[in-house]
Ligand binder design. Structure first.
Ligand SMILES: *Cc1c(COP(=O)(O)O)cnc(C)c1O
Length: 400
């Protein structure tokens, strides 16, 4: 079985994880670890977090029985965990709200963050506005152009969005810039990292802030069905929504779990972002994990129709869970993802985020082969409003 007490004191999940950072970042990371350990045990911290998750973010999110999709696929009963109904439209606010409470506890007055598609940047700008903190979001110049709406959302809430033009001018370079800022600013600045990635304690802390997804799902399925599910499905970028759903079920050996990575145009170098398909063990941006690199160890380009899954490394706890065989990992291609996007829209009246649609593509594939009395929960990590233009272009041939 998986060890749910991990990581150890040095941030390791088996051989994965750790703290691969410049010496100068050890000070803020140790300060953060200590503050987090104290906060976790403090009922006042937990009470404030619960209050905000409820009244500000909209928790608990529904566990919705997708009756018509179930009927159409003709197999397992499909439940959707509706993280798409949260404030700002995705699970990311769970983590942003938890981390800003920690920042406040540490007496920090300024927040920095990185963002790819802009969803984590929006969640961070949102909580900064709510708590009256200065906010700087690093974003690749290429991503800023692709995600202009999210850039505007952040700016309207008072955040400064700084364009990063180095390298590919996307997420990886934005993370580098945020880390560089933090080295010079940590005395008054907290870095809200956006996924279960990076140096310890981030993978553990981000996971813990998202565990509420699995904790609620467990309670809700017991209420509705009187038993635990047979299968959990979630998409995996850095891995935060997936680990949030999976973690509270890891000790339940009859609950199968599948993580779905971005298969892009298929498993061809530089045309996908499925780290367990042809990836290797390495170190990137603070953590030892599975990543996409060439034979010289150079990080490879990645591609996905969904910007939120388009990253060369996977969170270290997923590398561990794959290694011990507790969680299975597969991928959905762009084409399969867009087909699932359309299916869910037409059958249930729900537009999923393209990230989440990867999980839906796997549901579409597997559900028909499962018995009718089996129960499946898929995490609908975000809503698809941000992806409407792109989906319309592919699915409707709409060039307007
Ligand atoms: C960012 C994002 C993801 C990918 O991030 P994880 O850390 O792997 O969860 C998935 N779904 C949505 C809607 C997102 O915005």
């Amino acid at each position: 079985m998986a060890t749910t007490t991990l990581p150890d004191a040095t941030g390791h999940f088996g051989e994965f994880g750790g703290m691969f950072v410049p010496e100068t970042l050890m000070t803020p990371l140790e300060e953060l670890s200590k503050a987090y350990d104290e906060a976790r045990a403090d009922p006042a911290f937990q009470a404030e977090l619960d209050h905000l998750l409820g009244d500000y973010c909209g928790r608990p999110t529904p566990l919705y029985f997708a009756e018509h999709w179930t009927e159409k696929l003709g197999g397992a009963k499909i439940y959707l965990k509706r993280e798409d109904l949260l404030h700002t439209g995705a699970h990311k606010i769970n983590n942003a709200i938890g981390q800003i409470l920690l920042a406040k506890r540490l007496g920090k007055t300024r927040i920095i963050a990185e963002t790819g598609a802009g969803q984590h940047g929006v969640a961070t700008a949102t909580v900064c506005a709510r708590f009256g903190m200065e906010c700087v979001v690093y974003m690749g110049a290429v991503d800023m152009e692709r995600q202009a709406l999210n850039v505007a959302r952040m700016r309207l809430m008072g955040a400064e969005v700084r364009a990063v033009t180095a390298g590919q001018a996307t997420l990886k370079e934005a993370v580098n810039e945020a880390m560089r800022d933090w080295v010079a600013s940590f005395e008054h600045t907290h870095y809200i990292l956006g996924s279960a990635l990076g140096s310890h304690p981030f993978p553990m802390m981000v996971r813990d802030f998202h565990r509420v997804i699995g904790v609620e799902s467990r309670r809700q399925i017991l209420e509705k069905e009187g038993r635990l599910p047979d299968l959990l499905v979630a998409c995996v970028g850095g891995g935060s929504n997936a680990i949030g759903l999976f973690h509270p079920f890891l000790d339940d050996e009859n609950v199968r779990m599948v993580g779905v990575e971005a298969g892009g145009d298929g498993i061809v170098p530089e045309r996908h972002a499925a780290r367990f398909q042809g990836g290797k063990l390495g170190v990137l941006q603070g953590t030892k994990t599975w990543l996409l690199a060439n034979d010289d160890g150079q990080i490879e380009l990645t591609h996905s129709v969904s910007a939120g899954l388009d990253y060369a490394a996977i969170g270290p706890e997923h590398a561990y869970l794959q290694n011990i065989g507790r969680v299975e990992y597969t991928y959905a291609t762009d084409a399969e993802t867009l087909a699932a996007f359309r299916e869910l829209a037409e059958v249930e009246g729900i537009l999923p985020a393209l990230e989440s649609a990867h999980a839906m593509a796997y549901v579409s594939k597997i559900a028909p082969s499962l018995p009718k009395d089996s129960i499946l929960i898929a995490n609908l990590s975000g809503r698809g409003d941000k992806d409407v233009e792109q989906a319309a272009k592919y699915l409707l041939g709409d060039d307007s």
